[in-house]
Design a protein around this ligand. Structure first.
Ligand SMILES: [Fe+2]
Ligand SMILES: [Fe+2]
Length: 283
């Protein structure tokens, strides 16, 4: 189903990449969320669940990383956009935390997953590499992660993936995708303000790639293994029927990966702003 076909009276402020806005949401229509809320497919549902695990902690990390360098930003527009970026990420974290509560009620061991993620990524891995690359590494990882969240947002909207999600989960994924597109240049511009190092940008991106994909596949399988409804037969059935999404995701993220490696890359080059604005109007 196209996003346009669901268009209705607009209640949310339009997408404006030059000046992002904080939009407070309250997705409360998820109390009856089915266990496999994405097209009845456990393989894809648990990938999205893995992102629900990553987001609240990850977004707190983005905020801290950008805040640490905001006093070095002279450009007043970028200063304003940093505030909006922080506000948007706070709201995203809040809504994803509500989903974690629902998943916990469904019997998923989310607390253990979040603890493991926080400990291994933010207490072990990043401090280890920070020792060699310095404090700016966290900002570089954030810029890299933001490239992935925006890319995922663009893929979601372009292919209407969110339309397969149940009820308010559709709206949550859609809203988050739109705002990731809207603020995708902010962390990158802060990084450019404080460092011109290509090595730093790319090494941070490699770590971001590991966090964004390594942890997602890991948590997806941890979810699948602890899902009482999923045995080997259903695992392979759902994996097979998720290929249609997997192929798109794989080819588009590989393209996005190589794009970020280009020395003259800037997040605004991939656009997607009008698409995000049209999609947001359907909430
Ligand atoms: Fe976000
Ligand atoms: Fe973001």
């Amino acid at each position: 189903m196209s996003t346009e076909s669901k268009s209705k009276k607009r209640t949310l402020k339009p997408i404006d990449a030059r000046q992002p806005t904080v939009r407070k949401m309250d997705f409360d229509g998820m109390s009856d969320l089915p266990e496999h809320y994405f097209a009845g497919n456990s393989f894809v549902t648990h990938i999205i669940n893995a992102y629900h695990i990553l987001f609240p902690e990850g977004e707190r990390f983005f905020i801290k990383s950008v805040k640490a360098y905001s006093d070095q930003v002279i450009d007043s527009q970028l200063q304003t956009n940093i505030k909006a970026f922080i506000g948007q990420e706070v709201q995203h974290g809040k809504e994803h935390e509500k989903v974690l509560e629902i998943l916990a009620r469904q019997g998923r061991p989310v607390e253990r997953f979040v603890r493991f993620f926080e400990w291994s990524a933010f207490r072990m891995m990043l401090p280890f590499f920070e020792f060699f690359f310095g404090k700016k590494l966290k900002l570089s990882v954030t810029a890299g992660m933001e490239h992935y969240t925006a890319t995922m947002g663009e893929i979601t909207l372009r292919h209407g993936f969110h339309e397969n999600a149940f009820g308010d989960m559709r709206n949550l994924l859609l809203w988050h995708a739109c705002e990731e597109i809207e603020h995708k240049s902010v962390a990158y511009d802060v990084l450019r303000t404080v460092s011109n190092s290509y090595t730093l940008r790319i090494f941070g991106f490699f770590l971001a790639s590991w966090i964004f994909w390594g942890y997602v596949v890991f948590f997806q399988h941890w979810f699948l293994l602890t899902d009482p409804e999923i045995g080997w037969k259903r695992y392979f059935q759902d994996m097979n029927s998720s290929r249609v999404y997997g192929r798109i995701l794989f080819t588009e993220t590989v393209k996005a990966f190589f794009l970020y490696l280009k020395p003259g890359f800037h997040p605004s080059q991939t656009g997607g702003y009008e698409m995000a604005d049209r999609a947001l109007a359907t909430i």
